[in-house]
Design a protein around this ligand. Sequence first.
Ligand SMILES: Nc1nc2c(c(=O)[nH]1)N[C@H]1C(S)=C(S)[C@@H](COP(=O)(O)O)O[C@H]1N2
Ligand SMILES: [Mo]
Length: 523
Amino acid sequence: MPRPSPLPPALAGIASVALGAGAGELLAGLFAPASSPFAVVGGAIIDLAPSWAKDTAIALFGTSDKIALLVGIGLVAVILAAGAGWLEARKAPWGRVVVAAFGIGGAFVAATRAGATEAAWFPAALAGAIGAIAIGFLARSANRSQVSPAPAEGEGGPADPVEGGPADPDRRRFFVWAGVTTATGLVLAIAGGAVRAGAQAVTAARDALRLPAPAVAAPPVPAAAELGIDGLAPVVTPNGEFYRIDTALVVPQVAASDWSLRIHGMVEQEVTLTWDELVALPLEESITTLTCVSNEVGGDLIGNALWLGYPIRELLARARPTADADMVLSRSIDGFTASSPIEALTDERNAILAVGMNGEPLPTEHGFPVRMVVPGLYGYVSATKWVTELEVTRFDAATSYWTDRGWSERGPIKLESRIDVPRRSTSVAAGDTVIAGVAWQQHVGVAGVEVKVDDGDWQQATLATGISDDTWVQWSVPWAAEPGSHRLTCRATNVDGETQTPDEANVVPDGATGWHSVEVTVR
Ligand SMILES: Nc1nc2c(c(=O)[nH]1)N[C@H]1C(S)=C(S)[C@@H](COP(=O)(O)O)O[C@H]1N2
Ligand SMILES: [Mo]
């Protein structure tokens, strides 16, 4: 008798797990969007991953890091499922036990995650149960498909197709069932993604929302702030192009009507604020550039927007922090935390609870309905999205999401500059052209940018009109490009007269440094 192939049992495992996972995704989509088995496993991996892994993921996949993670989880799930199928076919009921155990594990993780609802454990538990039942049936069917059928009367004989071949009814039956099971799982999963009931409701409500007019409008962006050079990042970043970095695999869905903020901890008076109360306050506009600490030299994890919000300073004043408090730990609905020095939230800068971004309510992935924006600090210590809590505390008493993972307690934004034009590794025509880019050190301000070609002298670039010290500034310098291969390098100087350091530092623990250079070919 031929050795049984491992393929049918592996397929049995994959099909069963696809069915279970699909059912779990649909159930989650209907009742608990944040608790889809994939999202739960992915979220747990993100939280458990060491910070070098996050770093590598961002470096490799940029803002597509989440898709890469989901694809990775899918591949691992397929391999584990194939193994479970093989196990069930050889040593029943161990394949069932493995699948059920994954379901129970997933349910446990789902139930214990920040912001978990009461039903959070159910999708993963259901996925495990359905997967386990299905794998029992399909693995048996896979085994039967590999046993040569007893020749029935009138059949058999030399003319019959090869044993176990496609015409074998048990074999055919197995492949049909495996196919139907897999397809059903995929359809359920797609349906789950489509229904995400909460998601649609919140998005629709957001789209219909009208924000109040600002009590204090930002001065208009000076026309000369935008150099209008092709390929140069626009001075105000459209929402759709704004970088997105967070640990949320499924974007938290918080209805404005359900939102509230609690200010507590080392305060004389606890304060709670609802959405209606917040938008009834005199809101102020400000333009602030956000930057991610994971932005490599020359990277694009930076964006500038017109924000509408209310000064956090005023809200803290209501709560009256005690004199020894030196930090505010902001917490989002999904458990992310950021530790900001209290002075950055109480001094004169535009540290705000933002509700609007470039004239619209915050996009859901940028923190709808309310997030923090603090000029001068990297996002990981200040820019909490979907924020629901401000705990006034001390640096020696509490830590935050990324400081727990090896990143610096303090995260002031470092002086940096970037060449956008010409793009690296492109070729440009010889003759008069332009080198252009952006430079920033929010809440300090950029005074100048210099550029050098190869090992030539530093030339002073022309700065565009600045919006404020809290925003990046565009710059450009003319270049008479001569044929050959050239390296262009830029460096900025801040308003305190400090020049950007050439020393190259990694993004961990408190932001990259070094000069940005690009290699270009001139034809
Ligand atoms: N709730 C929540 N807020 C968060 C984060 C997060 O993971 N979760 N990431 C922070 C980081 S590291 C950055 S750089 C900014 C990015 O904001 P953006 O996605 O709107 O550009 O959000 C901050 N706020
Ligand atoms: Mo970040």
